[in-house]
Design a protein around this ligand. Structure first.
Ligand SMILES: NC(=O)c1ccc[n+]([C@@H]2O[C@H](COP(=O)([O-])OP(=O)(O)OC[C@H]3O[C@@H](n4cnc5c(N)ncnc54)[C@H](OP(=O)(O)O)[C@@H]3O)[C@@H](O)[C@H]2O)c1
Length: 286
């Protein structure tokens, strides 16, 4: 049996670092802490070493196809595949950011949605049977969805949405923002929430696609870690280790668990949001 391997993106701090910490304790294989900045990533590995944990390091910038390709080659060469992928890396402009919303929309969607998509596109082909994929999203995604125009809501919530349609929607958001008509078109002035809605919808699309795959028992889910005190959210009330609980639960779902599949979870529970789910739960923080 080849050695199992887990990869966590954006893991030099915050929830990603806490996910690596938990996987080092409970995952039976090598755990790769990845970071876009080599110095910050290696420092984080050294910090975990002081806790007597032994993650490995690999550079990964999810907005660089070259960087993603290097990680894929490395995994294939050294492990022959991948068993756990936690897409945790993301950015959020501060609420008081003075950056134009056109920039916020483009940059946030490029990193959080398209970066995550590119990582998945590169690494899904090397996933082994029984792999687990966790896309760390946010309830901000469903909150944003709940306030969007009806037509957009039904497109995002459609259980027959396909990849090309979702990509077109995310591009349309950025285009409408640039054209200055995004609110008239039913979008919110929310770059982060829209990008995370994209990740939640992508997860459902990916799980439906995986249903036709010959590799057995690959589970793909998204989740909200809760309000976690990190650089992204200094007002969060959970510790990063608490925020890691739901992502790690999904990363370590037992062999042949069967479900959840393609779902969005918070506090380890499925949050229904698709059109044919048991009604929509906006799950607002407010
Ligand atoms: N904190 C919360 O309350 C909360 C709530 C809901 C969802 N989330 C989600 O939880 C995840 C972790 O958030 P966090 O609170 O831990 O945020 P954080 O402390 O800001 O950490 C974000 C991590 O992502 C990395 N990153 C950003 N862009 C990247 C890129 N292009 N390539 C690779 N890594 C990149 C950052 O690296 P650098 O250090 O190099 O910037 C950092 O390691 C995110 O997906 C976030 O949206 C957080």
């Amino acid at each position: 049996m080849p050695k199992e391997v887990a990869v966590v993106t954006g893991a030099n701090k915050g929830i990603g670092l806490a996910i690596v910490r938990a996987l080092c304790k409970d995952f039976d294989g090598d755990v790769y802490l990845t970071a876009r900045d080599v110095g910050r990533g290696q420092q984080a590995v050294q910090d975990l070493e002081k806790e007597n944990l032994h993650p490995k390091f690999h550079q990964l910038d999810i907005t660089s196809k070259e960087s993603i390709g290097k990680l894929k080659d490395f995994l294939e060469k050294n492990f022959g595949g991948l068993d756990v992928l936690v897409n945790n890396a993301a950015i959020a402009y501060k609420v008081n950011s003075t950056a134009p919303f056109t920039e916020q929309a483009e940059v946030t969607v490029a990193c959080n949605f398209f970066g995550t998509l590119d990582v998945c596109d590169a690494l899904f082909p090397v996933l082994r049977p029984h792999s687990r994929v966790v896309n760390v999203a946010s309830r901000r995604g469903t909150i944003t969805l709940g306030k969007m125009g009806k037509e957009l809501v039904s497109k995002f919530r459609s259980s027959t949405l396909i990849r090309s349609e979702l990509i077109a929607l995310m591009n349309q958001f950025v285009r409408d923002v640039k054209a200055g008509n995004h609110e008239a078109e039913g979008w919110l002035t929310r770059a982060y929430g829209t990008s995370k809605l994209g990740v939640i919808a992508l997860t459902a699309v990916q799980a439906r696609t995986m249903a036709g795959d010959s590799r057995e028992d690959i589970l793909i889910n998204s989740c909200c870690p809760g309000l976690v005190a990190t650089d992204m959210n200094p007002k969060g009330t959970k510790t990063p280790d608490q925020g890691a609980e739901t992502p790690v639960h999904l990363a370590l779902l037992p062999v042949n668990a069967g479900k959840p599949q393609g779902e969005f979870l918070g506090e380890k529970k499925v949050i229904p949001w698709l059109i044919d789910g048991a009604g929509m739960n906006y799950n607002t923080y407010e």
